[in-house]
Write a protein that binds this ligand. Sequence first.
Ligand code: ZN
Ligand code: ZN
Ligand code: ZN
Length: 261
Amino acid sequence: MKVVFLGTGASAGVPKLGCGCASCGSRPARGRRRRRSSLLVTSCSGVSVLIDTAPELREQVLRLGIVTVDALLLTHGHPDHILGFYDFHTWMKRMARRVPVIADSKTIGVITTVFGVGGLPAVDLIPLGALEEVSGSQVFDIGDVRAMPMSVPHGPKEASVAYMLEERGSGERLGYVTDCSVVPAEVMRQLEGVRLLVLGVVKKGPDECHLSLERVTDIVRQLRPKRTILTHMSHEITGSDVKGLGLRNVRAAEDGLRIKV
Ligand SMILES: [Zn+2]
Ligand SMILES: [Zn+2]
Ligand SMILES: [Zn+2]
């Protein structure tokens, strides 16, 4: 399995509009730019699954030369994760594809309200079951990629869907957990043994709706994945902050980063 990070920024992206901090500055270094977060996973047989449609989807797809995808998984309906859906739909229509879009029913409601006015002929919207049934009880096979959605809290009132993706031939698994305030014990159990763990972290210190670097440290120490990559980072977090954690095999992602799982 291969992954490519289309974007690695939190909801405001980096540079953040109107911010003059050292990370954003007036002319931030190329490598420091973070488009909003999204990941493309491709199996050895060429089946590709996109997670989230960031506002910069069109630019990300053109820049990275992505030809098509076989399914879209949405984590939740916040603007930084869905605003590229219009471009996604136009792209699939152009490719004469009808692809599955898996999301919880609240997110599907947002998609149909915001983008579905004229109908959505290029996608099959597949709502997940009730949130309490999401973790571990439903699996979706997209070619040789098996997707298992898992519900995680996103602050006190909302939820987000984390995904575990498994390449059925090799058994290699990766976990993608973003916009999550705490990883529940049952999700930790599901994630045991993943080769690659991708975690969304917004700030260094505690945050009501997202993981902090401190929580990331606890998760990595408990799960010990072969590799952990942080994404969905605000201007507050630099690559050296992540190195400073002193954890082996943990790094910050960069836009365009390609990894073999
Ligand atoms: Zn977000
Ligand atoms: Zn800034
Ligand atoms: Zn969110």
